[in-house]
Design a protein around this ligand. Structure first.
Ligand SMILES: [Mg+2]
Length: 217
């Protein structure tokens, strides 16, 4: 942490539990219903997923209109969810301490820009964040593990990848970090994640954001 010049935070996990109040399975089901209402045939494996982002990924193989519809519907649902999202313990302290040390912070998220903005505004954290690199494109393949969103944040901040940390709770965060050349910090917020994030090569693993905030004390 003492060598870091830039702090990049995944949103859902390290910053909040976006679906704390509006559960992910409900959002996934509503997104599927929107697509089916517009004529899409949703295959069994997509019917079975509880992850709204997986439903959006599926829409990338549909017509342009259905893909656009999925993007706008998911953005609306996530922004609604942001109203009842729960701040991750330690996240606000981490931001304050990083800023006190002059470290710029960017959010790098597969969730929509408007959901991230809505949550940061609600929590009074918007001023801590230098840049939001989050989902805005209709093309699902631009989401992590693609390093696109990370590269966009690094270039906006003029940051050296090797002196930047991405804190993320998913395998795709670690994979994107490796591709972008940033230090991958795994946030193992559920049982089994220490092993899963370690297996894909996380450089460091924490089980609490308080641990990271304390490292900047
Ligand atoms: Mg996450």
């Amino acid at each position: 942490m003492s060598k870091a010049q830039c702090l990049l935070l995944d949103f859902d996990g390290p910053v909040c539990d976006i679906f704390a109040g509006l559960p992910a399975p409900t959002v996934a089901a509503r997104l599927r219903a929107t697509l089916e209402g517009a004529g899409a045939v949703v295959p069994l494996e997509v019917q079975a997923t509880d992850d709204p982002l997986e439903v959006f990924r599926f829409s990338g193989g549909l017509s342009g209109d259905l893909n656009e519809l999925a993007l706008s519907a998911l953005t609306r649902l996530e922004t609604e969810a942001a109203g009842t999202a729960r701040l991750t313990p330690g996240a606000a302290d981490l931001m304050t301490r990083a800023r006190n040390r002059g470290l710029p912070i960017a959010i790098v998220s597969n969730n929509s820009v408007s959901a991230v903005e809505a949550f940061l505004d609600r929590e009074g954290l918007a001023a801590q964040i230098a840049y939001i690199s989050a989902r805005s494109a209709v093309d699902p393949s631009l989401m992590k593990p693609n390093p696109h969103l990370l590269d966009q944040a690094l270039s906006h901040l003029g940051a050296d990848p090797s002196a930047s940390l991405l804190v993320g709770d998913s395998v795709t965060d670690v994979e994107a970090s490796k591709l972008a050349g940033v230090v991958a910090v795994g946030y193992a917020n559920r049982p089994g994640k220490v092993e899963r994030l370690g297996a894909v090569g996380a450089d460091l693993i924490v089980t609490s954001m308080v641990e990271l905030a304390d490292a900047l004390r």
